[in-house]
Ligand binder design. Structure first.
Ligand SMILES: Nc1ncnc2c1ncn2[C@@H]1O[C@H](COP(=O)(O)OP(=O)(O)OP(=O)(O)O)[C@@H](O)[C@H]1O
Ligand SMILES: Nc1ncnc2c1ncn2[C@@H]1O[C@H](COP(=O)(O)OP(=O)(O)OP(=O)(O)O)[C@@H](O)[C@H]1O
Ligand SMILES: [Mg+2]
Ligand SMILES: [Mg+2]
Lengths: 256, 256
């Protein structure tokens, strides 16, 4: 089966969506078949890949609540090998709608249980900035968690809570769940704070931290306004080069 | 009674906590009595003001779930006129614990109904990156909403949803709720995207947008690691000057 990665961190604005879109695109450019699952009510990954609001008819909300089939939700993008299951703000009612019902954390896993998922090499789930029911559904449905870590003080603070939640899911609904790795984002080598956070992360997390570091690069924040991954928007930018390098490093780790 | 401001935006990492801490500190430096209510399970505002985990015994969780009194939760900080109601990760279970119970969006408003709140000129509620039950409680308990708007593409996308939610609360549980204003954050005048977002925001929102713009300034992201507002950490930094200017502009608007 595919590698199913939750791109998660409850800290907001650390680069979850940017990593989902651009790592996804870089893996697709290497010939991998990639599905991006937008699990954030903001729908930023859907927007960043050019899915207009009018084209979000069957969405990840339907996967979780209406037991829609993956093949009904997944739609192609303008980019080869890159397919998306889009999201709308409807997702924000999932917590209340599923409430304390039986199996509420198994909904996404069940949606992935058909044959359709086997067509993919990588499934990348863009999680919302919270350890809520949406993110728990992602963890239960995943083989591993990829943690974007912004090189800022507040970002380090939430890491232990995130790792505890992964452990809880591994001890319960998904014994195979592991941490795929931590990727440092928005890194500015002139900024002492970034250097300090990198040192802290590598000291405490060792090889979990990818060698590839994503630099702060304005082309990454411009690309979504053109509904393109940065690899298409500006292939020679430092952002594009970094995500291509992250994809290479990941493929090597997973083949090893 | 006090001005009660929800500092809210479901987009993550836009400067909600940084604005809560530093606007709060700047208002306190002007002699206003300020209470900061940390309503984010990440507890970043509590950390940024130096409240150690061991000192978070009675917290905002208790305000919402255990009907604790505000005077039992509020604690003084090292900074004159600045008091904080701290948060822990316990807050993340509030959605599930309150579920569909009667009056679940009135919990914070009820906690503010005693005499204790009258001691303050400003109450600033730091909201989590979500339009969930915590943020709804903040909106129902507030006189107005202050929206930090990062000058980035994804940040504009969520604004209409946020404004719709404010309108829903105004039509329902809190008829007095209004938008206090929008403050542009992490602004870099060399970056075209920032200029574009500023133009869009001022064109569409007019006078709602504060004239004061918060620049991107590394001193703002360093200050919380020293458990200080930027006004104390580096009073002459561009970040400190900007938040002092925001406080002045706000006081003028509210006196007018
Ligand atoms: N390496 C980078 N360099 C410059 N800008 C970046 C970088 N990565 C992300 N950004 C920008 O920073 C902002 C936050 O990134 P993004 O939206 O991907 O984070 P997120 O973790 O998905 O946020 P949320 O918590 O709201 O889901 C966006 O405007 C994005 O364009
Ligand atoms: N004007 C600024 N200049 C530079 N860095 C900033 C600025 N404002 C905030 N930051 C930094 O950017 C990051 C995001 O800011 P902050 O945590 O205040 O946002 P938030 O909206 O509260 O995030 P969340 O959605 O996770 O609650 C933090 O690391 C903070 O230190
Ligand atoms: Mg995102
Ligand atoms: Mg915050």
């Amino acid at each position: 089966g595919p590698v199913i990665l939750s791109v998660a961190n409850q800290k907001g604005g650390v680069g979850k969506t940017t990593t989902s879109i651009n790592l996804g695109a870089a893996l697709a450019a290497r010939g991998q078949s990639v599905l991006i699952v937008d699990l954030d009510p903001q729908g930023n990954a859907s927007t960043g890949l050019g899915v207009a609001l009018d084209d979000r008819i069957v969405t990840t909300y339907d996967l979780l609540i209406e037991e829609a089939k993956l093949q009904d939700v997944a739609q192609i993008t303008d980019f080869p090998n890159l397919v998306i299951a889009p999201a709308t703000t409807d997702l924000s009612s999932v917590d209340i709608e599923l409430g304390k019902s039986e199996g509420r954390i198994l909904r996404l896993k069940n949606a992935f249980s058909g044959a359709a998922i086997e067509a993919f090499d990588y499934v990348i789930i863009d999680c919302p900035p919270s350890l809520n029911l949406l993110t728990l559904n992602a963890f239960v449905a995943s083989t591993a968690v990829l943690v974007p870590l912004q090189t800022e003080f507040f970002a380090l603070e939430g890491l232990s809570q995130l790792l505890l939640t992964v452990r809880d899911v591994r001890d319960g609904a998904n014994p195979a769940l592991r941490i795929d790795g931590v990727v440092l984002t928005m890194y500015d080598k002139r900024n002492n704070l970034c250097i300090q956070v990198e040192n802290d992360a590598r000291e405490n997390l060792g090889d979990l931290v990818y060698r590839t570091v994503i630099p702060r690069n304005v082309r990454l924040s411009e690309a979504p306004s053109f509904a393109q991954p940065v690899l298409n928007y500006d292939p020679n930018s430092r952002g594009a080069i970094a995500y291509k390098s992250l994809a290479s490093e990941m493929l090597k780790r997973h083949e090893g």
